[in-house]
Design a protein around this ligand. Structure first.
Ligand code: KIV
Ligand code: NA
Length: 268
């Protein structure tokens, strides 16, 4: 039985062999990913890819706790990180601590993640000093989509560039154990990775980062549409479609259930 990764063991990977991350939302999927990952994120992407919400803004603490508990039952050796949902940490450090501690206590996960504008530095240090490892998330921050107008890569203007770099440096100085960098120009990703002590975990942020993460249903090919940065390593969409078609046809033709699939309890 291998020892579970910790926030500290992830931090120690800076500049070394790339950190492998994926998201999970349920126990059986987490169990399948676990042997191959260093880090499993219970992302608030659960709202979109599992619950069918239009953005991550509608995700609640209760959803994160329920999915966090399920993932912890499936993952034995990866560090499990749970996203703090929109509205659960932004207003002040005490609110953030109350909710982050609930996530760790009720799920058993090892760390939380927050979308880190520069203003969240205070929150990150408050939590870290009180025993809660925090991963920051900079660049494209989906919880801000109502302000930014959608999900767009960032780093076009000098101002955006400076802003994202400032977010990353602020989170790093505040003690974030790692930083997700999402949807940024390749050079900006390199610039951030070289400027911070924390390992960077990229999603749409080039191979310059210290690790990578993807939304698992995206990389498994569950959806027609995915962002530019997703590579489909699988084809779940057509696998599921052909399985369901075959099942429906077998039921209609009375080929399912077959001889092997029935109970004959009173026959010898
Ligand atoms: O919610 C999520 O899945 C994430 C990853 C995209 C990093 O935050
Ligand atoms: Na997220």
């Amino acid at each position: 039985k291998t020892k579970r990764q910790t926030a500290a063991s992830i931090t120690a990977r800076k500049g070394g062999e790339p950190i492998v991350g994926l998201t999970a939302y349920d126990a059986p999927t987490a169990a399948l990913l676990d042997p191959h990952c260093d880090l499993i994120l219970v992302g608030d992407s659960v709202g979109m890819v599992v619950h069918g919400l239009p953005s991550t803004v509608g995700v609640t603490m209760e959803m994160m706790i329920l999915h966090g508990q399920a993932v912890m039952r499936g993952a034995a050796q990866s560090l499990v990180v749970v996203d703090m949902p929109f509205g659960s940490y932004e207003s002040d450090p005490r609110q953030a601590f109350a909710n982050a501690s609930r996530l760790l206590i009720e799920t058993g996960a090892g760390a939380v993640k927050i979308e880190a504008g520069t203003y969240t530095a205070e929150i990150i240090s408050f939590l870290t000093e009180r025993g809660i490892p925090v991963m920051g998330h900079v660049g494209l921050r989906p919880q801000s989509s109502n302000v930014t107008g959608g999900f767009k890569a960032v780093g076009r203007s000098d101002e955006e560039w400076r802003q994202v770099l400032a977010e990353a440096e602020a989170a790093d100085r505040a003690g974030a154990f790692a930083l997700v960098v999402e949807g940024v120009d390749e050079l900006l990703a390199r610039n951030i990775t070289e400027s911070v002590e924390a390992p960077t975990i990229g999603i749409g942020a080039s191979s310059a980062c210290d690790g990578q993460i993807l939304v698992t249903p995206d990389m498994l090919g569950l959806f027609d549409w995915t962002p530019k940065f997703v590579r489909k390593f699988g084809n779940l969409r057509s696998d599921i479609t052909s399985a369901v078609e075959a099942y429906a046809e077998a039921v209609r033709d009375r080929r399912f259930p077959g001889d092997e699939e029935v109970y004959r309890l009173r026959r010898n």
